[in-house]
Write a protein of this length. Structure first.
Length: 221
């Protein structure tokens, strides 16, 4: 397999880039989707979250009330650290399991991780950054996600800066325009991905590098 990371700030349109790569044949391991899966009703993670933060983090149907959790951890670093200590190991274990399933294939495997800059992973053959200007991020969050501007900027401040992401990029996708401007870049990106060498079939996934700069376990783009 070929193993590459994909990241971008909230509102950058990373999910659109991910979908276009999947249409090309890439295997997408979406960290946000895995987070939701490990927090399903009946899961050990959800049981532990309820024990730590109280039954108020559970919705009426027994699922996790993600907004209730966000309200608890948003301004409490210790609560955020406790949340991450419960969720991140489970997500990492599941992501590694899925990577191991792919290691004897010739697939391009994309680790779609919003906080990849804050929590780097060793063993990747490259890192793709979906980039847009800060003001475009704010505009999209307000227009398409229903954020008010203050909340949008607060969410962005909890992630790495644009400059920090770009400093670690091996391939940058400029997503400040529309689909017409994006598609030619995806063609170039796919050609670059396919040019990378295959990892050995006995490749062992490496866990994320701990980083005190992680600011949110619920940061989407």
């Amino acid at each position: 397999m070929i193993l590459v990371g994909l990241t971008g700030g909230i509102g950058s349109g990373k999910s659109t880039v991910s979908s276009l790569l999947e249409a090309k044949g890439a295997i997408i391991l979406d960290a946000d989707a895995i987070v939701r899966e490990v927090q399903l009703p009946g899961s050990p993670v959800l049981t532990e979250l309820a024990a730590k933060f109280g039954q108020e983090v559970l919705a009426a149907d027994g699922s996790l009330d993600r907004q209730a959790v966000a309200n608890i951890v948003f301004s409490d670093p210790d609560a955020l650290k406790a949340l991450n200590s419960i969720v991140h190991p489970a997500v990492g274990k599941e992501m590694n399991r899925r990577m191991i399933e792919q290691r004897t294939t010739e697939h391009v495997v994309i680790l779609d991780i919003p906080l990849l800059t804050e929590n780097p992973r060793e063993g990747l053959q490259g890192k793709i950054v979906v980039d847009v200007p800060v003001e475009v991020q704010v505009e999209r969050l307000v227009k398409f996600r229903g954020f008010d501007e203050t909340d949008a900027r607060a969410r962005m401040s909890r992630q790495a800066t644009r400059e920090q992401r770009l400093a670690t990029a091996d391939f940058v996708v400029d997503n400040s325009g529309g689909l017409q401007e994006l598609e030619p870049q995806i063609e170039k990106l796919w050609a670059w991905l396919k040019s990378l060498p295959q990892l050995p079939p006995d490749y062992e996934p490496v866990t994320p590098i701990p980083n005190a700069g992680s600011k949110s376990s619920d940061a989407k783009s």
